[in-house]
Design a protein. Structure first.
Length: 369
């Protein structure tokens, strides 16, 4: 079971951006591999802290995590920040956390090449209600940049493959060593020695690839999922960007969604309302039969527990709310008209609402209460 990101950093959900950054810095120093050589548990905690920071430091990812938990990122290979991070990804964060002046401290991120990351790609995926309820695997054609076949790289002559250039300055505190990305290779430690024809300045070409996207049950409109490594590739020994998938919902002809609940309008005749009737409702994943008592009123709502949408975090399912609508015929034949005329003065046909029968305005008031 995934540990809560807030627990990993030892902060509350109301922590500010500065507090999140401070907490991560503390955890990173405590569990850094250079301080704990060979300690697998420390390395695992180091990665957990980095995963938590990657999500909580990003306002959009943080909002998704607060609403959906780990499920927003982890289902079917959607790594929000967590499971797919490697040590290169983690060390790339330290420039923001500790600054370049942190240079000579931890060799893991102050020395060596800086692996570039390709740009992310964004697509929209529209789902119908059945796909949302049951989950679905979509195969989408994506145009992404990849390294051109035959491209060759050589060690950067400026930084000698280090990916960084070092500068030593004298300050009132003594000699200060700082590192910055190499301007010749942008930190990759490599430059192109042979660029194939038809490729761009970075030796990249655009190709179409079919990507399989597993979408978990219960996703919502506006939710963003991530497929790691399926964005644009990076030059040299860099790592590919990610494919960001924005969820869109198609309107359903029968049901209206409200969170994990579903609303359904059931129309019955005056005769069915007066006599009572048993009705069958076709659901997305089966059927359900409900019994309407005699004298049921238009506007009454019946709640069927756990017949809605499964919660994405596994907290049960929503309900199906069936709204009763008594259909009044627009035209009557002579016999029907005669029957209703004879009932005009019948006390049984005169409205006699009970206290439990709320008016339209009371129902509206309850909705906004």
């Amino acid at each position: 079971m995934n540990q809560d990101f807030y627990e990993v950093l030892g902060i509350g959900k109301d922590a500010s951006a500065g507090e999140i950054k401070k907490a991560y810095r503390k955890q990173a120093i405590k569990y850094h591999p250079d301080k704990n050589p060979g300690d697998q548990e420390a390395e695992a905690n180091f990665k957990k802290a980095a995963e938590a920071y990657e999500v909580l430091s990003d306002p959009q990812k943080k909002a998704q995590y607060d609403q959906y938990g780990h499920a927003a990122f982890e289902n079917g290979g959607f790594g929000g920040g967590g499971g797919s991070m490697n040590m290169d990804d983690i060390f790339s964060q330290f420039g923001d956390i500790f600054g370049s002046a942190f240079g000579g401290g931890f060799g893991g991120f102050s020395q060596g090449q800086r692996r570039m990351k390709g740009s992310d790609l964004r697509i929209r995926v529209s789902l119908n209600l059945e796909e949302i309820i049951n989950g679905v695997e979509k195969k989408i054609k994506v145009k992404r940049k990849t390294q051109a076949p035959g491209i060759q790289y050589s060690t950067c002559s400026t930084c000698k493959g280090a990916g960084q250039v070092m500068r030593v300055t004298n300050t009132i505190l003594g000699r200060m060593q700082t590192a910055s990305p190499c301007p010749s290779c942008q930190g990759s430690g490599q430059t192109i020695s042979n660029r194939p024809a038809g490729s761009d300045a970075q030796g990249m070409i655009q190709e179409e690839e079919t990507v399989s996207i597993k979408i978990p049950p219960g996703v919502e409109e506006g939710m963003q999922l991530k497929v790691s490594g399926k964005g644009n590739a990076a030059p040299g020994n860099g790592i590919s960007g990610d494919l960001l998938v924005l969820i869109q919902e198609k309107a359903d002809e029968q049901f209206v969604r409200e969170g994990n609940h579903l609303h359904y309008d059931l129309y019955i005749s005056i005769a069915e309302a007066a006599l009572g009737v048993s009705k069958e409702i076709n659901l997305i994943d089966g059927k359900v039969r409900i019994k309407l008592e005699s004298g049921i009123q238009s506007g009454k709502t019946l709640r069927l527990k756990n017949k809605g949408i499964r919660d994405i975090n596994g907290y049960g399912s929503g309900d199906l709310l069936v709204h009763i609508n008594v259909w009044t015929p627009k035209e009557l034949n002579r016999e029907q008209k005669k029957f209703f005329e004879s009932m005009l003065e019948d006390d049984n046909f005169k409205p006699q609402p009970e206290k439990s029968d709320k008016s339209f305005f009371e129902k509206v008031k309850d909705m906004f209460a």
